[in-house]
Design a protein around this ligand. Structure first.
Ligand code: NAD
Length: 418
């Protein structure tokens, strides 16, 4: 494979390693500890055979990677996407480790994936696929070991099937094995919109001025992007453009986000929304807006398009949307980036709150959840901002120094067995 042919997953993993190396250098970590932090503790690839409706069988690949478990059980979403591979899942697991440490929740980092396009499967096929995948990774997961959650291409229903499959194997109900569940199965109030709410909190903190009239473009109109667009509009921002994989829509006077969400619920895509103009996917990223929220996949902002990005503030709803080369270009242009491990941490924060409710068999009100989420996001944002100012770092560099530093400290305190 020539360098030009490396997969998106390999590129994501290279970015993750670059960020770790830079933080390790700043923290003065020794080579052994660096190697420990660069290497996933457990990495499992499984074959997932699926019976199709016509009686034929597909066999797809599934993955679960536990990057680090020094601070607590592994935690991370499960992605259903055709391009997912072991490299991408490893990078996402590594980012989860730093994210949990950064926001101060007692988890390590994990991620899972199945290389499949969920749009090409019926609901019954997806249920069979999910259950079989869970069965294959069963030795790794559990409420004290590794707790999955939704990510790209998965949702509450997927989590319900995971909870059921695990519970049937255990012989009793185990709600704490998974987060992002439906409410009747032990889900938490506020979890569905938590990542988006966290993006809003991070964006408003970084804006440092009234959100009234601030123009916003959002890439990706899924669970994170649509909610972020809604919360930002609710706060007074003017969301002028959004995209999904099918296309982008643009309304310079501001989109009616609720109307657009209703259109997407009906049609399955943003394209064709009647109160807006069509826009190219790349054009959306380069719009002259105050705030850009990438909320789709990794590698959206690269060295190639970074010089054309005009937003002064980028708040990363997605994991890994900006490559290290693009980071350099944007920093030189004076663009502020609130990095993924901070900006999208609202999801894992409320996942943690859901898990605590599950294992304590209690439930908290929506306002309690919202308050805890806001406190944790604002406190993490404040820490990142002050480390960045003290050490003359970008917000991403500062966030990694804090996250990697806390995991390194946990390793030092635990020592090495045997
Ligand atoms: P999702 O599957 O609900 O939505 C993904 C959206 O991105 C869809 O609208 C899809 O059409 C769109 N998309 C894909 N490729 C695109 C492209 N090239 N251009 C424009 N849009 C494109 O997934 P999600 O849960 O919203 O996750 C989005 C991102 O947020 C991922 O990076 C994920 O890892 C990250 N994230 C998700 C959560 C969560 O709680 N769901 C938490 C933290 C981080």
């Amino acid at each position: 494979m020539t360098p030009a042919q490396i997969s998106a997953g390999q590129e994501a993993l290279e970015s993750a390693h670059f960020q770790l190396d830079s933080a390790a250098e700043r923290l003065g970590l020794d080579d052994g500890l660096r190697a420990m932090l660069a290497t996933p503790r457990r990495s499992l690839t499984v074959a997932v055979p699926v019976r199709r409706e016509d009686g034929s069988m597909d066999v797809v690949q599934g993955f679960r990677v536990q990057h680090n478990v020094s601070r607590g059980p592994a935690k991370g979403g499960i992605r259903f996407h055709p391009a997912t591979d072991i490299h991408e899942v490893t990078a996402l697991a590594m980012w989860m480790t730093w994210k949990c440490a950064l926001v101060g929740i007692p988890y390590g980092g994990a991620k899972g994936g199945v290389a499949v396009d969920p749009a090409g499967y019926t609901t019954r096929e997806l249920e069979r696929l999910t259950r079989r995948y869970v069965n294959e990774i069963l030795p790794l997961i559990g409420p004290d070991k590794d707790i999955p959650a939704p990510d790209v291409g998965t949702d509450e229903q997927t989590m319900a099937w995971i909870m059921d499959t695990y519970s049937v194997n255990a012989g009793y109900a185990v709600p704490g094995v998974v987060t992002g569940k439906p409410m009747p199965l032990g889900g938490s109030l506020g979890r569905a919109g938590a990542t988006s709410r966290g993006v809003q909190i991070a964006a408003l903190s970084a804006l440092g001025r009234s959100p009234e009239g601030v123009t916003v473009a959002v890439q990706g109109f899924g669970k994170v992007g649509a909610g972020a667009a809604q919360y930002l509009a609710d706060a007074g921002c003017k969301v002028v453009a959004v995209s999904d994989v099918t296309g982008a829509v643009y309304a310079p006077d501001g989109l009616d986000v609720a109307g657009l969400r209703a259109w997407v619920a009906e049609s399955g895509q943003v394209r064709g929304y009647r109160d807006a103009d069509a826009l190219g996917l790349d054009e959306l990223l380069e719009l002259d807006v105050d705030l850009l929220v990438p909320a789709a996949l990794e590698g959206a902002i690269t060295e190639a398009n970074a010089p054309r990005i005009r937003a002064r503030l980028i708040v990363e709803g997605a994991n890994g949307p900006t490559t290290p080369e693009a980071d350099r270009v944007l920093a030189a242009n004076g663009t502020t980036i609130v990095p993924d491990i901070l900006a999208n941490a609202g999801g894992v924060i409320v996942s943690y709150l859901e898990w605590v409710q599950n294992i304590q068999a209690c439930s908290w009100s929506e306002s309690q959840i919202e308050r805890k989420l806001r406190d944790m996001m604002e406190s993490a944002y404040g820490e990142v901002k002050s480390v960045a100012a003290e050490r003359d770092l970008t917000l991403r560099e500062a966030a990694h120094v804090i996250g990697v530093g806390r995991v390194a400290e946990a390793h030092r305190m635990r020592g090495l067995y045997p």
